[in-house]
Structure formats: C-alpha cells, structure tokens
Design a protein around this ligand. Structure first.
Ligand SMILES: [Zn+2]
Ligand SMILES: [Zn+2]
Length: 136
C-alpha cells in the first residue's frame, strides 16, 4: 500500500482552472492507523485557486521537482514544489505565493485572473526581482 503524505501537502493540477497548486481542502479515506497519510485512493480536493472540487489520486500528483524561495520577510524558506506550480505554499510559514510557473506570463495572467488578487502579481514581481538579483 502506498504511503503518501496528506493530499494537502501535495500538488495537483486543477481540471477547472488548469493551475497547479496545493489543495485548499481535501477529503480522503482515513489511514487505518489514524495517521494523516494517504493511500492514494481517490481523494476529493478543492482547488485553492478557483474553488473547484475535483477527484485526485496518486497518479495525479505533480511531483516536487524544484524549490521556491518564500518571499515573506524573515522566512526565506526553500519550499519544495513542482516547476509547474502556479501557487506555492511555503512549507515553513504557510504563505501562498506565486510559483515558478508564473515566470510564464500566460500562467501568471491565468493565476491573476483566477485568484483576482493583487498579491500574486506583487509577490510574483518580488520573486522575479529576487531571481534576477540572484543571477546578477
Ligand atoms: Zn482550480
Ligand atoms: Zn515562508
């Protein structure tokens, strides 16, 4: 039996908005030992971006292939995330911020339109500035 972390700690692509992010909520069969582990059977997850409720299973996990630096002042945690992530959840302070995929303007526009939040734009710009600073 597969022993996966809670779907809340994994990234999925939402079939509603096509963005990759961690779910805003998840409901899945409880592990026999009462741990938050997930056996990969279909879980009902809610997209944190558009609120779309959809089913996800082990095969739908978008694996963490990179890390992203949390933009929160004083945090700077390197959060593991997929390259495809439009929104990253900081594994230290739980801030949601624009992920690596938003380097693509099309994804950034989609994320901005879906979330309707200025924060994505601001944090995306900040992350971009930091990346540029890191390269310089
Ligand atoms: Zn969605
Ligand atoms: Zn953080």
């Amino acid at each position: 039996m597969t022993n996966l972390p809670s779907p809340m700690r994994l990234y999925f692509r939402c079939p509603g908005c096509a963005l990759v992010a961690r779910p805003g909520s998840a409901s899945y069969p409880a592990a026999p030992d009462g741990s938050p582990a997930w056996d990969g059977r279909p879980a009902e997850v809610r997209c944190s971006e558009c609120g779309h409720l959809h089913w996800a299973q082990a095969a739908d996990i978008v694996p963490d292939t990179t890390t992203s630096t949390c933009p929160r002042e004083g945090c700077g945690n390197e959060a593991p995330c997929p390259q495809e992530a439009a929104v990253v959840t900081c594994t230290a302070c739980h801030l949601l911020y624009a992920g690596p995929a938003t380097a693509d303007p099309a994804v950034r526009d989609l994320a901005r339109a879906t979330l309707g939040l200025h924060t994505v734009e601001m944090q995306g710009t900040l992350a971009e500035a930091k990346r540029r600073a890191g390269r310089a």
